[in-house]
Write a protein that binds this ligand. Structure first.
Ligand code: HEC
Length: 123
């Protein structure tokens, strides 16, 4: 009799263990999804520092309509080697005051500095 009782207890423990295992699998699956999202978002900023990615984004929003999305020029001159002629400060001045046919750009100083620093590296 005692042995039969033990067998039933063991059987019950296995069933409980199986249920617990199922629950763990579910929660580890959730955390797996989260880490996949993190990997995807860090992949978007690949190809350089976060700052230059932000600067390029601001350039695309404010300057690309005249200077070209690839810096190749358009209404305004090409800027793909502007850093050879101008410093970051020079470019900030042009962004904020305009020059010749280029109107002053309505971007805040931080964004202007960021774009200018990025462009000054184009040599
Ligand atoms: C409305 C069109 C327009 C927009 C928008 C514009 N530019 Fe210009 N940009 C020009 C024109 C036109 C010139 C040439 C000015 C001149 O006659 O000297 C110029 C000149 C420049 C120059 C000097 C280039 C050189 O080789 O002398 C820089 C640097 C420059 N722009 C940067 C920017 C940046 C950065 C932005 C965005 C914040 C921007 N521009 C937005 C039209 C534009």
């Amino acid at each position: 009799m005692k042995w039969k009782l033990l067998t039933v207890l063991f059987a019950a423990m296995f069933v409980l263990a199986a249920c617990g295992g199922g629950g763990d699998e579910g929660s580890s699956g959730d955390s797996g999804d989260t880490s996949t999202e993190e990997q995807e978002s860090s992949g978007e900023s690949s190809g350089g520092e976060v700052d230059s990615a932000a600067a390029e984004e601001a350039f695309q929003a404010n300057c690309a309509s005249c200077h070209g999305g690839d810096l190749g020029g358009g209404v305004g001159p090409a800027l793909d080697s502007v850093g050879a002629d101008m410093s970051q400060d020079d470019i900030v001045t042009i962004i904020q005051n305009g020059r010749g046919d280029m109107p002053a750009q309505d971007v805040d100083e931080q964004t202007a500095t960021q774009i200018a620093g990025w462009l000054a590296q184009k040599k």
